[in-house]
Design a protein around this ligand. Structure first.
Ligand code: ADP
Ligand code: ASP
Ligand code: MG
Length: 437
């Protein structure tokens, strides 16, 4: 279809000034027919996102505390935007209904979703576009997973009847009629779903940076913008903490090979980052990007001659399965096997699980190390470049940082290293400066 889907994040819709920039961007290209809106985000560093204010109201209501003060902050955000834009439009009734809902124990997801619901209404009024409630066209199954086929069918039919529309991001509806949200940052997924439904020529994701950067700008000064990145590389980086796009946002557009363009609302002339199914050329650097996350634990299992023992790995993984714990990595050597798990996944089952693992494989020793950070070095050009791993390890070693774990994905487009959390920023900076001179 000859249309573009544009999603604007919270900082792009944080106040009236930002709304004006958004409208200018939308109006600058007549193909920008379907707009996905986030809730108002931060206007300055210490500001609070409307979504977080809504979660706070929910917590207060659960604790039977008064929500007036927090709710009035939410109200002021919307009323401020409406009056500064000079709109002849009121959300008073909607706000009253939502407030009453919170006090009478509406669900956590319903409460959180109202941020995008209200903001999309304001944006639709400002742009003169139709408002389409995501509740009527984004569906989750009984397990809480997106019902991809039903959503795509209903949404494409619905959008055919609206030549221009604003759709709130972040939420949809369960089959029993209750509202459900995606995980945080989920408006990126909504944008992708809408792009697939209309077979958009492009999905533009407008945010507050000029594209996906080679490293987190809060860690590396002025990191370079990635011009072109593949779906696969983006998924690895966003899963590992490059938070500019939700890690699941590529799946809907991937079905139809629709490219994503990350753009900056505050600097619309910048070309941003193109996210494409396959890149024809390599990247300007061997490494496309570096990202990382804290909060991992490593379970180290030692047993002499483990390599010759049939079923060893299965027995270890069965313990994890019985405890419903997912693992991230599974590096092994002849007599040792390590399981890398997110510490929050381990929860209270940690000691029980370790004891069970020791028992089922009759291990010589099982230890757990907490406080691990994982860093992913990702790049499609890494497959053909010899010596990349050595460069990564030497850069880390030069900083006197001890590597606890190494894993290379079978695609050869990523190398993961595990280090102590306290070394996290130094390691990211060291790797970045090794490859970007
Ligand atoms: P939005 O509100 O538009 O959805 P987000 O806050 O979710 O925006 O994502 C943009 C932010 O992601 C940036 O402001 C930046 O601080 C952060 N970020 C972390 N890693 C990266 C990266 N590698 N490239 C770009 N931005 C990153
Ligand atoms: N407003 C939601 C959040 O803060 C969703 C989003 O911004 O994408 O997580
Ligand atoms: Mg976001």
């Amino acid at each position: 279809m000859d249309s573009k889907v544009v999603k604007f994040g919270g900082s792009s819709l944080a106040d009236a000034e930002q709304f004006k920039k958004v409208a200018a961007i939308v109006k600058a290209d007549s193909k920008r027919k379907y707009v996905v809106a986030s809730a108002p985000g931060k206007r300055f560093d210490d500001d609070i996102k409307v979504t977080d204010l809504l979660y706070k109201c929910f917590e207060l209501a659960i604790a039977k505390k008064n929500i007036d003060e927090t709710f009035s902050k939410i109200k002021d955000r919307y009323n401020g935007i409406i009056s500064d834009l000079g709109l002849d439009f009121s959300l008073e009734d909607e706000l009253e209904t939502i407030k009453a809902g919170i006090i009478h124990r509406a669900s956590r997801d319903y409460v959180a979703s109202r941020g995008e619901y209200l903001n999309a209404m304001v944006l639709a009024a400002y742009l003169g576009y139709d408002f389409i409630d995501a509740e009527t066209c984004i569906f989750f199954d009984d397990d809480g997973n997106l019902d991809t086929e039903k959503t795509n069918r209903v949404l494409s039919e619905l959008l055919m009847r609206h030549s221009r529309a604003v759709i709130p991001g972040f939420y949809g509806c369960m089959s029993n009629g209750t509202i459900k949200t995606f995980s945080r940052g989920g408006s990126d997924i909504t944008g992708s779903i809408v792009a697939r439904a209309i077979e958009a020529e492009i999905y533009e994701n407008w945010t507050d940076v000029s594209g996906m950067l080679m490293a987190d700008p809060r860690i590396v000064d002025n990191p370079k913008v990635i011009d072109v990145i593949t779906y696969g590389e983006l998924r690895e980086l966003s899963y590992m903490g490059a938070s500019v796009m939700h890690e699941d946002a590529i799946f809907p557009v991937k079905v139809s090979n629709i490219p994503i363009n990350i753009r900056n609302t505050n600097s619309p002339e910048d070309p941003g980052t193109m996210i494409v199914p396959e890149a024809s050329g390599g990247s300007p650097y061997i490494v496309t990007g570096v990202a990382g996350r804290k909060g991992f634990s490593i379970i180290n299992i030692e047993k002499d001659m483990m390599n010759a023992e049939i079923g060893f790995g299965r027995r270890v993984l069965e313990v994890l399965e019985n405890h419903k714990v997912c693992f991230e990595h599974l590096p092994s050597s002849i007599d040792t096997m390590s399981v890398v798990i997110s510490t929050s996944e381990l929860r209270s089952t940690k000691y029980e699980m370790v004891a069970e693992i020791a028992k089922v494989v009759n291990a010589d020793r099982v230890t757990v190390e907490d406080g691990i950070a994982l860093i992913a070095v990702v790049g499609r050009s890494m497959v053909s470049a010899k010596g990349t791993a050595v460069r990564i390890f030497s850069a880390i070693a030069r900083e006197n940082i001890n590597i606890k774990m190494i894993d290379q994905g079978s695609s050869e487009r990523n190398i993961i290293v595990g280090i102590e959390e306290s070394d996290y920023k130094a390691a990211i900076r060291a790797i970045y400066s090794e490859f970007v001179k």
